[in-house]
Design a protein around this ligand. Structure first.
Ligand SMILES: [Zn+2]
Length: 444
């Protein structure tokens, strides 16, 4: 991706190691005065200002951010853009919430103009929250995917999205068929997958809303198009788990349904994974399948508490990324989502170290989406995706961050208070794509 050289300067955090593999505090690399230099869409240099500044191309403009923390752009690995209009619709358990709020809202996406308007709002909100990559569910309508992906092309964000596959147990206006779902997905893949920063995700909503024939065709599509993502939902709610048992009596458990239909493996990511047996966790981990941990959604619908420790204790450890799951999720802010993940940890008796929370929202989520060769860290060669966090976004935050002793405490405070107000500027593919009116970055 082309673009003029850009550089930003301020305190910055990058990764030395996976904080689940080393003492978490040792996983972070903090530079109190760093420069991130970007060119042609990628990070060209990252390091201490005194080292990087002499290596910049002549004429490179350097924008300096004081009282700020530069972090890798956030990665939201499970979110539904058509549910933005119903975010906050009063809490009900999953299956009732789908029927009462979600399905009626998704029917409106038969209208391509409406879909385009919501897509624009959604993409703007991602950038405003410092999120530079996302895996996104659309509705069953091919035009809802077309609207989001074509709008995304102009934003520089890395968007992986797919039309939902759904041919049973939903209102008539939200059903396709195995053949139609296959044909429409295939056409969307041909048109969009791998174009610029865009990717396609084959998207059976969950196994209860797809026939056997449709689940088979989803696996066929995935096999036929290496590099595409496969996204769905798994074991979010106990009634849903019971429904899946009734619909697939021949299968041992929920994960066995996915495995028999060929929907496990690296590049597959399933939302939630709360109500799983040890056997199911072991199969997910052994196949390289990822789970999107969606804490605000799980609180909002009362679905349960994800067991991160059990997931990471598998051998190999299960791939886990953090996600908002809007509109059951209550925010598009990954900072707020990190805070919610820490509350899940507290309620489970598994305190979540702030470095691990940041990992799940950046590098871990990138691994879950098989995008770790391009996003989730500040390192030369990776995409120029950066969020600039404001340490003085509110009077209380300014007072509190002035008191912190170390970077762990700073991160803990940011994820406790953090939301869209904390994002001062966002860079995607090496260019600024959003800045608060008072962003205040000064050219030097
Ligand atoms: Zn979801």
């Amino acid at each position: 991706m082309s673009g003029r050289p850009t550089a930003i300067r301020g305190g910055a955090l990058a990764w030395r190691a996976d904080p689940f593999n080393v003492p978490p505090s040792e996983a972070l690399r903090f530079e109190s005065d760093a420069v991130v230099a970007m060119r042609d869409g990628r990070i060209e240099h990252f390091g201490a200002a005194w080292e990087v500044l002499p290596r910049l191309a002549p004429g490179t403009e350097v924008t300096r951010f004081d009282r700020a923390l530069i972090v890798p752009g956030f990665v939201d690995c499970h979110v539904h853009y058509p549910q933005l209009p119903i975010i906050g619709a009063a809490g009900h358990p999953l299956l009732e919430w789908l029927e009462r709020f979600t399905f009626p809202a998704e029917l409106a996406f038969a209208d391509a103009t409406y879909a385009r308007g919501i897509a624009r709002l959604f993409l703007h909100e991602l950038a405003r929250n410092g999120t530079t990559s996302a895996a996104v569910f659309c509705t069953v309508h091919a035009q809802s995917a077309e609207a989001l992906i074509s709008e995304a092309e102009a934003t520089r964000l890395r968007i992986i999205a797919g039309k939902t596959l759904m041919d049973r147990n939903a209102p008539a206006g939200l059903l396709d068929s195995a053949q139609r779902g296959y044909d429409e997905s295939k056409a969307l893949i041909a048109r969009w997958h791998g174009r610029g920063r865009l990717g396609y995700a084959i998207t059976p909503r969950f196994v209860a809303t797809s026939s056997h024939a449709q689940l088979e065709s989803a696996a066929t599509l995935w096999r036929e198009h290496p590099g595409t993502l496969l996204q769905s939902h798994l074991a979010e709610n106990l009634d849903e788990v019971a429904l899946v048992r009734r619909l697939f009596p021949e299968c041992t458990d929920y994960v066995d349904v996915l495995e028999r239909f060929g929907l496990l493996g690296a590049g597959a990511i399933h939302g939630h994974g709360i109500h799983l047996s040890e056997r199911e966790r072991a199969r997910l981990a052994a196949t390289g399948t990822a789970i999107a941990h969606c804490p605000t959604s799980n609180f909002f619908l009362g679905s349960g508490l994800f067991d991160l420790r059990a997931a990471r204790a598998c051998e190999p450890p299960m791939r886990v990324g953090l996600a908002t799951d809007v509109g059951a999720g209550t925010t598009l802010s990954m900072l707020a989502t990190m805070g919610a993940a820490s509350w899940v940890g507290q309620l489970r008796g598994q305190p979540l170290h702030p470095a691990r929370a940041l990992w799940l929202a950046t590098r871990g989520a990138a691994q879950a989406l098989a995008l770790d060769n391009c996003v989730g860290d500040l390192a030369p060669g990776l995409d120029g995706d950066v969020a600039v966090l404001d340490l003085a976004a509110t009077p209380l935050l300014a007072a509190r961050t002035a008191q912190v002793d170390d970077i762990d405490e700073l991160l803990a405070v940011l994820m406790t208070f953090g939301d869209d107000r904390c994002v001062r500027a966002t860079y995607a593919a090496g260019q600024r794509v959003w800045a608060r009116d008072d962003a205040g970055g000064e050219a030097q």
